[in-house]
Design a protein around this ligand. Structure first.
Ligand code: SAH
Ligand code: SF4
Length: 385
């Protein structure tokens, strides 16, 4: 079955794998070999208009424009940070739902080359209600289709193709003209929308198309234990990140209601099985909430919790992006002290640099919140800086 976009009743070609596109063409009496040509136009040339597909017969181009579409989205606003290292878009889907995506550009550091990472949304809203998260406070609207997920990546890929980014103040570094990484860390819980997320990752991974390596893709989950087990069976080299955020059930259940369904013992057991099957390291994200989960006591507990996973566990400390008055970001001393305890206990860890603060704070969900608040009081603004 081929995905049909809801309102237009057109097939969204961004939601199809190459074999599915071949099948779709065959069903219409068209030559299946055209699929590779179309895939090339969509995912390599990055065109968003059938009329540009110059090696297709005019009749096929006409048919495609009548029966198919390339991505279902309209850009409602785009913001660039002052240093242009963070760009954020607000997309309006065909049914009016709004989601955010973010492009983060990293200059080359030492041996590593520059990176262009897209932070992708997997759902409109989120059903899991984590107390520190702007998306969690919106409630759940719906899953995104595979095409809606892929379209976010292609939007930024087209931007970089048209205007490669050069790291300011770093003469000699080659401009970056393509997407190097994607992270499913935008709005929504990717493993709650398992089928569409996996389909999108497979499409982006296809060597006939976008050809982004699985090792350059990261799925972040709130900790849906059965889905983590399922993912371990997919034979995919993607990176897995677990939103842990607390080392005890008592504290985790307070900030992350999902913990009542999948408590720590169950979550850690699923991670252990995932590691045993995939032999891949797992990242544990830990949003630091000042005075709540960032004390020495909690650092010790976190180290003890992850010790059995040995070198397969990495902690990513994330100073909270305060979305409401309820939480505060810890200062540099508190962050250092927390990390030192982890280091002393042999737990590898890093801290995520804050980004894009001048464009409505970096955490996803905040741009849509601001947009909707302003829509309540004024005509719809198209924000661009
Ligand atoms: N639902 C998935 C992925 C989206 S959230 C998940 O929860 O993992 C991506 C990451 O951003 C998660 O680790 C999430 O806990 C974190 N996050 C949410 N709100 C945040 C905030 N206000 N400040 C910093 N990180 C936040
Ligand atoms: Fe949903 Fe992730 Fe936000 Fe929790 S942190 S509410 S799971 S998007």
């Amino acid at each position: 079955m081929t995905p049909i976009s809801q309102t237009q009743k057109k097939t969204d070609l961004l939601a199809l794998t190459l074999p599915q596109l071949q099948e779709w063409l065959k069903e219409r009496g068209e030559a299946p070999f055209r699929a590779k040509q179309i895939y090339n136009w969509l995912f390599r040339q990055l065109v968003n208009d059938f009329s540009a597909m110059s090696n297709l017969p005019q009749s096929l181009r006409q048919r495609l424009s009548e029966e198919a579409c390339i991505g279902p989205t309209v850009i409602r606003s785009e913001l660039h940070s002052k240093d242009d290292r963070t760009r954020k878009i607000l997309l309006e889907l065909s049914d009016g739902k709004l989601v955010e995506s973010v492009l983060m550009l990293y200059p080359p550091i030492g041996e590593s080359s520059s990176r262009a990472t897209v932070c992708v949304s997997s759902q409109a809203g989120c059903a899991f209600g984590c107390t520190f998260c702007a998306t969690g406070q919106m409630g759940f609207d719906r899953h995104l289709s595979a095409g809606e997920i892929v379209a976010q990546v292609l939007f930024f890929a087209r931007e970089l193709q048209a205007a490669p980014w050069t790291a300011a103040g770093l003469p000699g570094s080659a401009p970056i003209d393509h997407i190097t990484n994607i992270v499913l860390m935008g709005m929504g819980e990717p493993l709650h929308n398992y089928t569409n997320v996996l389909q999108a990752l497979r499409i982006l991974n296809s060597s006939d198309g976008f050809n982004l390596g699985a090792r350059h893709m990261t799925v972040s989950t709130v900790g849906l234990a059965p889905a983590i087990r399922k993912l371990s069976q997919e034979n995919l080299q993607i990176n897995l990140a677990i939103s842990l955020h607390a080392p005890t059930d008592e504290l985790r259940s307070q900030t992350m209601p999902v913990n009542r369904k999948y408590p720590l013992t169950e979550l850690l057991a699923a991670c252990k099985d995932y590691i045993a099957t995939t032999k891949r390291q797992v990242t544990f994200e830990y949003v630091l909430l000042s005075g709540v989960n960032d004390t020495a006591e909690y650092a010790e507990k976190l180290a003890a919790l992850l010790a059995p996973l040995k070198q397969f566990a990495h902690v990513n400390c994330i100073p909270v992006n305060a979305t409401s008055a309820s939480y505060q970001t810890p200062g540099p001393d508190a962050i250092r002290a927390f990390r030192n305890i982890l280091f002393e206990r042999g737990i590898s860890n890093s801290v995520r640099a804050e980004r894009g603060d001048d464009i409505a704070a970096a955490a996803c969900g905040q741009l849509r919140t601001r947009f909707e608040n302003s829509r309540k009081t004024a005509a719809i603004p198209v924000v661009s800086q």
